[in-house]
Design a protein around this ligand. Structure first.
Ligand code: FAQ
Length: 327
């Protein structure tokens, strides 16, 4: 389909450009990289997409720790494929952010210097094998809820990346759910493993959706510009309403004694998230923040020779105008 020409005559005032930009969003048109956009829209997208990319990359660490300890070949292959998928998601997202004018080096530097945020959930430890199942079902499940919404966002490259990522995340969630179902129906030890994993990951998964709407500084602008079409609390409630009955059907529980079904609203309601813990983890003081950052710094250092080799190869290509001959 032919896209609308977005070049703006220079006589247009900023307000009229914003009005036209917002009218495009209201008509459901996608904003594409070369199109005019308010600075704040560009900044919000760079912030969100780069944080999202970092989350995919750091998110490989808790699960990656179990690749060598997977209990059988099938589980090992599935886990390897999943972790590899997350690396791919990080790549799509860094590319999507680059279309907005930020460089990959700037984003990676911010992550490695500890200036960039990434999803708080990845600052918790995977203490048992069933945590791999709980991450798939709860963490990927929460990520999908948020990303299904983002697949409809107003920025073309981000929304298209989300379509692809959600298709893969769907399998991630299913493998985790299948694992927990198996263990819930298995031996008493397996049931205990599954319950302990749910207990560990329930609250961090709920925190993934971000602060309550009245504390969420970015939501009004993101909703106004069609980046978010649902709020943090709306998505968190959808997640709770899906997960609580599904876990109860397996005779598993969530670690919240207050969790109950409210007949009048038709929703499951529990107790309040520990917001002090949430902000502490985001500010760098979670159980695994230091370990995650140093693992990424080490990986970057270990990859230095690859970057240098690629640069040397590219420089030689530029000098000769053709690929260097292989000895
Ligand atoms: N963790 O004003 P709001 C995955 C920050 S992908 C850390 O409400 P907003 C795949 C927030 O950035 C998971 N920081 O912010 C996978 C803001 O800080 P800033 C990642 C958080 O943007 C699965 C401040 O708090 N998904 O899991 C968190 O409106 C398994 C105020 O918050 C995405 O990134 C948090 N939980 O809403 C991989 C999706 N919550 O920048 C491996 C895209 C809030 O102003 C294994 N992002 N903050 O200094 C989003 O949808 C949104 O950015 C939210 C936050 C919903 C995360």
């Amino acid at each position: 389909m032919e896209r609308k020409q977005m070049a703006h005559p220079t006589y247009l005032t900023n307000e009229s450009k914003v009005a036209e930009f917002e009218a495009r969003i209201a008509r459901g048109e996608k904003i594409e990289p070369g199109d005019w956009m308010p600075d704040a829209y560009r900044k919000q997208l760079i912030r969100m997409i780069s944080q999202h990319a970092h989350s995919e990359i750091v998110g490989m660490l808790p699960e990656g720790a179990w690749i060598t300890r997977a209990p059988n070949l099938r589980r090992k292959m599935v886990l390897l494929a999943k972790v590899q998928d997350e690396a791919g998601h990080g790549q799509y997202l860094y590319h999507a952010a680059e279309t907005l004018g930020v460089t990959r080096e700037e984003m990676i530097d911010a992550l490695l210097a500890g200036r960039a945020k990434y999803a708080s959930v990845f600052n918790y430890a995977t203490l048992g094998w069933a945590d791999i199942g709980a991450i798939g079902w709860l963490v990927d499940g929460a990520a999908i809820m948020n990303q299904t919404m983002l697949a409809h966002c107003s920025y073309g490259p981000y929304s298209r990346a989300m379509v692809r990522i959600c298709a893969e995340e769907g399998f991630h969630k299913k493998q985790g759910q299948e694992m927990i179902i198996r263990y819930a129906q298995g031996s008493p030890v397996q049931r205990r493993m599954a319950q302990e994993a749910i207990d560990r990951w329930w609250w961090p998964a709920l925190m993934m959706f971000g602060p309550h709407d009245n504390e969420s500084a970015n939501t009004p602008q993101l909703v106004r510009w069609g980046i978010k079409t649902k709020t943090n609390d709306e998505l968190r409630q959808e997640f709770i309403d899906e997960l609580v009955p599904a876990l109860r059907a397996l005779d598993l529980s969530v670690p919240d004694a207050q969790m109950h079904y409210d007949e009048t609203t038709g929703h499951w309601n529990g107790s309040e998230i520990d917001w002090d813990e949430f902000w502490r983890v985001i500010k760098g003081d979670g159980p695994m923040n230091a370990a995650r950052l140093s693992a990424r710094q080490q990986a970057h250092e270990d990859g230095r020779w690859v970057r240098e080799a690629a640069e040397a190869y590219a420089a030689k290509m530029t000098v000769n105008g053709r690929a260097p001959a292989h000895a």
